[in-house]
Each structure stands twice: as structure tokens, then as C-alpha cells.
Design a protein around this ligand. Structure first.
Ligand SMILES: Nc1ncnc2c1ncn2[C@@H]1O[C@H](COP(=O)(O)OP(=O)(O)O)[C@@H](O)[C@H]1O
Ligand SMILES: [Mg+2]
Length: 307
């Protein structure tokens, strides 16, 4: 938060005499003169693993605020390496990784938790705590980032409603379907409303119908202004999403295409279209949100704390 706040302050000084701009974080650039740096920028980044194996090689691209982009490619092409580089779980041997204009590999270690708090991450295997309830899995994410009790009591029920799990608050991970477990992990990643959400094979372990619900949820999160970056080998899903697609091949970025999309689609229109295009029927609600899908979380009414 402070990182962006500091940026905002600096920016405010720089543009003091210019006409006012919307300052809401995560906003897409409103015009061609936008001075904010991309939320993600890689410059010639190369990762070499111990033993000399190259994870990714000279990868350069930028993600603008508010974008929804995919990285695709076969197993071993470097998708996870790319995602891990963005949270500094792996560091490039050469090149730069910039988040919101900052070279994260120059950050002191003490700033890492702060960086990671600003980036939500979702994994294929969910990484839920098996001995904690749905509520506690999400609350834990807030506790470790220093959230107070009141904050937690307000945010957890709110996010669980957003992902459609308000009825499963007291369930344990092994009592949930794969799609529901993934919803918990998305809730946990998004509970701090980070400006950037990364998802590494988020539909890798779930069936096609449930996958649509998960993509719909990521799409919905994107529509709140959060930049969403998804690694996947699910080509069919990616084609249907009609979003920007980058392709890796043996660690190299070999394609970067901004597909003409349906930028104004609502989340429910999106789900209807993708279902129809994938030939998946309706009426199966497993993993679907239990409330009508609006496009913004808006001002949900506050469920009781600790529920
Ligand atoms: N910790 C590691 N040590 C050595 N090599 C690794 C490590 N992690 C990944 N690799 C190698 O780097 C390449 C890219 O891996 P990865 O990013 O996991 O690909 P993907 O996610 O696309 O399947 C692969 O050849 C893989 O074997
Ligand atoms: Mg991977």
C-alpha cells in the first residue's frame, strides 16, 4: 500500500498543476498521456536455475493497469518461472522485473512482505491449510499481513460473498469440491484487494464447467480494476476468453497477441458466451457463486463478524 501511496504522492507533486485525474488504484490509463508506469514490466529477464537450466530467456513485456492477460505454453516452457519472478520467488540472472515502476530485485529483503501483500497469487493446487475452516483460511491471510480483528471480521465475510462461498464459511477444505477450494484460494488472494492478481494454472485441477466459473470470477475481479495475469495450458479456455495471450516456448516469449475482445461484457454475459462456445450446459451450479453476478463488489451489506 505504502509503495503505491508513495508513488501517488510523488505523482501528485509532479502533476500538481495539471488537470485532476482519477486516482483510484488499478484504474486503466484514461488517455495517451498517462504518466504511470505499467503495473508489470519485464526487461530482458533471464532465469537460470541451479545446474544451469534456463527457466526463461530474455523475456520482455509490460502489463498495463487493469489488463487481463494470459501466458500459455506447454509444460516446462517457463510459465511458473515467470509468475514466481513477479513475486521475487525466483530472481533473474539478468534483466529487470519492475512492479509499478520499481525494480523488485533491488528492494531490500525487508520490503518483500510488503510487495507480496500488494500481489495476490492463486495456485493450481490451492495451497489451503487443511486444518482450518474456509473462514480461517482467508482470515489467516489477513492476520499474517497485519490485519486487525475488526478489519478481518469485516473483510472475510465480504470476500466470501464475492466468491459465492457465504454458505461454506465453516467448512474445511476436504469438505469442498475442487472448484470451491479454488474459490477459497482466490478469496484469500484477493481479500486485500491487491492491484495485481497472479494465477498459476488456476483451472488445472478442475473440470471444464467449474473452470468457467473460476474464469468468470477472475474476470469479475479484473472488472474491479485489478490487473489479472493467468498462466495456463488450457488453450480452449484462453481462446474463448478473447484476451491478450502471450506464448512461451522453451523459455522464450514467442507470441504476444492482443485479441479483439468483448471488453464491455458483463460477467454473466461472459459466462453465457463461454458456456455456449465451449458447448457446456447450464444448470450445473457446482462452484458457481450463489448470488447474482454484478460487475463490481460495490458496497455489499455487512454480514456479522465472526460468522
Ligand atoms: N527449481 C528448479 N530447478 C531447476 N530447474 C527448474 C526449476 N523449476 C523449474 N525448472 C525448469 O525450468 C523450466 C521451466 O519450468 P516452469 O517454469 O515450471 O514451466 P511451466 O510452469 O511452464 O511448466 C523447466 O524446464 C523446468 O524443468
Ligand atoms: Mg507451471
Amino acid at each position: 500500500m505504502a509503495l503505491l501511496r508513495t508513488r501517488a504522492r510523488r505523482r501528485d507533486r509532479a502533476v500538481r498543476d495539471q488537470p485532476p485525474r482519477r486516482e483510484r488504484r488499478g484504474d486503466a490509463p484514461s488517455d495517451g498521456t498517462e504518466p504511470r508506469p505499467p503495473i508489470v514490466e519485464l526487461r530482458d529477464a533471464t532465469v537460470v536455475y541451479p545446474g544451469g537450466h534456463v527457466g526463461v530467456e530474455r523475456v520482455s513485456f509490460a502489463l498495463q493497469r487493469g489488463e487481463f492477460a494470459f501466458v500459455v505454453g506447454p509444460t516446462g516452457c517457463g510459465k511458473s518461472t515467470l509468475i514466481k519472478m513477479l513475486i521475487r520467488e525466483v530472481e533473474p540472472a539478468s534483466g529487470e522485473v519492475r512492479i509499478a515502476g520499481r525494480d523488485i530485485n533491488r528492494l531490500p529483503n525487508g520490503r518483500l512482505p510488503h510487495l507480496r501483500r500488494r500481489i495476490g497469487t492463486v495456485f493450481q493446487d490451492f495451497k489451503l491449510l487443511p486444518n482450518r475452516s474456509v473462514y480461517d483460511n482467508v482470515a489467516y491471510a489477513l492476520q499474517v499481513t497485519g490485519g486487525g480483528r475488526r478489519d478481518i471480521g469485516r473483510k472475510v465475510p465480504e470476500i466470501l460473498r464475492l466468491v459465492g462461498l457465504q454458505g461454506k464459511v465453516h467448512s474445511y477444505p476436504d469438505q469442498l469440491s475442487g472448484g470451491e477450494q479454488q474459490r477459497v484460494s482466490i478469496a484469500r488472494a484477493f481479500v486485500n484487494h491487491p492491484p495485481l492478481l497472479l494465477a498459476d494454472e488456476p483451472t488445472g485441477n478442475i473440470d471444464p464447467e467449474t473452470s468457467i466459473g473460476i474464469m468468470q470470477l477472475l474476470y469479475r475481479i479484473n472488472r474491479t480494476g485489478t490487473t489479472v495475469f493467468v498462466a495456463t495450458h488450457d488453450r480452449e479456455m484462453v481462446d474463448k476468453m478473447r484476451r491478450r495471450v502471450m506464448a512461451l516456448d522453451e523459455g522464450r516469449l514467442v507470441r504476444d497477441e492482443a485479441t479483439a475482445g468483448y471488453a464491455d461484457e458483463s460477467t454473466s454475459e461472459f459466462a453465457l458466451r463461454v458456456r455456449a462456445e465451449m458447448g457446456v450446459g447450464e444448470g450445473h451450479t457446482n462452484g458457481e457463486p450463489g448470488e447474482p453476478l454484478d460487475d463490481e463488489p460495490g458496497e455489499p451489506d455487512r454480514p456479522r463478524a465472526g460468522s
